[in-house]
Design a protein around this ligand. Structure first.
Ligand code: UGB
Length: 598
């Protein structure tokens, strides 16, 4: 009370609300007026931010926290009354007629889509010091994830326009959700690379705020251990993306511009855009309000399971059950073995890769009701079985894939299963943890993430008729991986399978020790024999035919240990680097037709 005169009327109101909600411990230690007054004001500035950035304000946050903490203490099962079963969805097989048909439909429809990248996470499991989107997704060209995403969206935009000639040329909106942990470095990455070729106005950044930490079951807010004039805060989770999009007004802008789809995706999946065209095609053809991308899941893999939940009262929904909840849910509902593989060698529940396609109109209608608020959860780490105190403060969290939980039964919620090799290779685990992953389960590391790009590109070229050598097995950073020929291309070269098939012909073959980089839209590979390294670069106005026999010493994969700090972090976390001995390099910088016959 002695300090009240320091505060504005709005801040006084906030202080009263906090006292009323059992939070007076936040001020108990405050000294006399005149001491630390600046800090006291800063405290209220922070509280005002925490209040305004949460739907319903702090009062609502505290109320929900008390309820969820009470449920957690009582051991209440969040799936009470629900029985899980395996849902049916669309299963796509890369390269077959159906897949090609969906890809074509998807590219046509892509100009009516907006892309939203959630990149507010620090990636604690990976432990990388930079932001994850700045990591190279492959180290032949050193292209980072963000560049790959932006170039893929631009390639889709062009391809979509080409397919609907005569229509208006649209820019596909690209949104990045950041947080205090990633915002400044994301802006810096974009600005220092001229937005990787995208117009700066086409990119929008939305920053998520952290939420207040809770120190006990009464949801008393925790003070920051470093500064007793601040509330401690932690990330609220990727679910924030919905309320941020809604409050930004972008959804209405997009609807007015005639858009139909919003695609959400994560920070480190270098394969993702190989699956995007076909999955937009599925959404458009099936008229799905919600379409989640999935891959076959190994039991206990750290990806959620897409599950049909049927309630005793008759309700049912198809929803992600997060990886830490699937096992207890199964055990509690008559599956005593829990999360295990079935006879196929995989979990019967498809694995959620958190790539969602939402139909814009239905999305707006839902968000009008919820404001984008997503059902939250709390995961306190208790000191002991009495569950009365926590080891460290906790907070409410939410996940973007929980969006369908509030949808009416009439909503068309589906999912699309693709081959893992085509669609999913995230970089989430540090080398030490990856090496401990049970044999047969994916590592989800920088090593496996990059090797997966080479495998996918090799397999796709094989399907397009190229003779690509088999891989060899090698161990990097304690992880055994398949090493395929190292092949990469720019998204403008091969966005869809039909594109790729139209660009390779004749008798082509690539040996296992080869490295190939195709960096130009109109590069046509015919009768090429590659045994070494070949890099071709061309401007869009050039048409280049490449063939003949290329043989050189090539690029060698050299092992590096992740503990060797003399090697840059983004390289040593993969366990290898390229030693460039010899290569054939061609740059076509003039418009016109060229033939390169080695
Ligand atoms: N992220 C944010 O933008 N803000 C946050 O506050 C937190 C994260 P993780 P997670 O596909 O592999 C998810 O940490 O949460 C971004 C799904 O829940 O990489 O453990 C962050 O930057 C799970 O069902 O993953 O697991 C990143 O881009 C499964 O599908 C994204 O959110 C799994 O991903 C995911 O964050 C998967």
């Amino acid at each position: 009370h002695k300090n009240l005169h320091l505060l504005s009327p709005q801040q006084v109101e906030l202080a009263e609300m906090l006292v009323e909600k059992g939070q007076s411990h936040l001020f108990e230690h405050w000294p006399e007026p005149g001491v630390d007054d600046g800090e006291k004001k800063a405290f209220f500035d922070q509280v005002a931010r925490l209040n305004s950035s949460y739907p319903g304000g702090l009062a609502s946050y505290i109320k929900i926290a008390r309820e969820l903490l009470a449920d957690s203490k009582a051991g209440k099962n969040p799936f009470d009354g629900f029985t899980p079963s395996v849902p049916t969805g669309e299963n796509l097989s890369h390269g077959d007629e159906n897949f090609i048909k969906f890809e074509e439909a998807g590219v046509k429809e892509a100009q009516n889509a907006a892309f939203v990248l959630v990149a507010g996470g620090l990636g604690e499991r990976l432990g990388y010091n930079g932001i994850k989107v700045a990591l190279p997704f492959e180290t032949i060209t050193g292209t980072c994830f963000l560049q790959n995403y932006i170039e893929s969206v631009l390639a889709l935009q062009e391809a979509s326009y080409r397919m609907t000639q005569g229509g208006q040329k649209k820019e596909i909106p690209f949104v990045i959700m950041t947080s205090d942990d990633t915002h400044a470095r994301t802006v810096e990455l974009l600005e220092s690379h001229s937005y990787f070729g995208m117009k700066p106005t086409q990119v929008k950044l939305l920053k998520q705020e952290k939420v207040a930490c809770l120190e006990d079951n009464d949801a008393r807010l925790a003070l920051d251990p470093q500064n007793k004039f601040r509330v401690q805060t932690k990330p609220h989770g990727h679910g924030d993306v919905h309320s941020l999009l809604y409050s930004s007004g972008l959804l209405y802008e997009w609807r007015d511009a005639g858009l139909r789809w919003v695609l959400f995706f994560q920070d480190t999946n270098g394969l993702l855009f190989k699956a995007i065209p076909a999955s937009i095609g599925v959404s458009a053809t099936k008229g799905y309000h919600v379409n989640s991308l999935a891959v076959p899941r190994k039991a206990k893999e750290a990806i959620g399971g897409i599950t049909k939940l049927t309630h005793t009262d008759g309700r049912s929904m198809v929803i992600n059950v997060e990886y830490n909840q699937l096992d207890p849910l199964l055990r509690a509902t008559g599956f005593p073995d829990g999360d295990v593989n079935c006879e196929t060698g995989y979990s019967p529940f498809p694995g959620n890769i958190n790539q969602l396609i939402l139909e814009l109109d239905a999305y707006i209608e839902e968000l009008k009701k919820t404001g984008g608020g997503i059902k939250e959860f709390v995961n306190p780490k208790y000191k002991d079985a009495s569950k009365t105190s926590f080891k460290s403060s906790t907070r409410l969290e939410c996940m973007m894939q929980d969006y369908p939980k509030t949808l009416p039964p009439s909503a068309r919620v589906g999912f699309t299963v693709m081959d893992t090799w085509l669609a999913y290779a995230p970089v989430k685990n540090n080398p030490e943890d990856a090496a401990k992953v049970p044999k047969g389960n994916p590592y989800h590391s920088a090593t496996s993430g990059e090797m997966a790009i080479y495998r996918a590109n090799s397999l796709i070229l094989r399907k397009a008729g190229v003779q690509v050598d088999n891989p060899v097995n090698e161990v990097f950073n304690g992880q055994e991986v398949e090493v395929w020929p190292r092949i990469v291309w720019k998204p403008t070269w091969g966005l869809t399978f039909a594109d790729i098939r139209s660009k390779v012909s004749g008798n082509c073959s690539i040996t296992q020790r080869s490295t190939l980089a195709i960096k130009g839209q109109n590069i046509f590979v015919k009768d090429l024999f590659l045994d070494g390294a070949l890099m071709i670069d061309s401007i869009d106005e050039a048409e280049v035919k490449v063939g003949g026999s290329v043989q050189n010493k090539g690029w060698i994969l050299e092992k590096v240990d992740y503990k060797d700090t003399s090697v840059p972090e983004e390289i040593r976390i993969r366990g290898f680097r390229f030693k460039k001995i010899e290569q054939l390099e061609k740059h076509c910088t003039e418009p016109g037709k060229f033939e390169l016959k080695a």
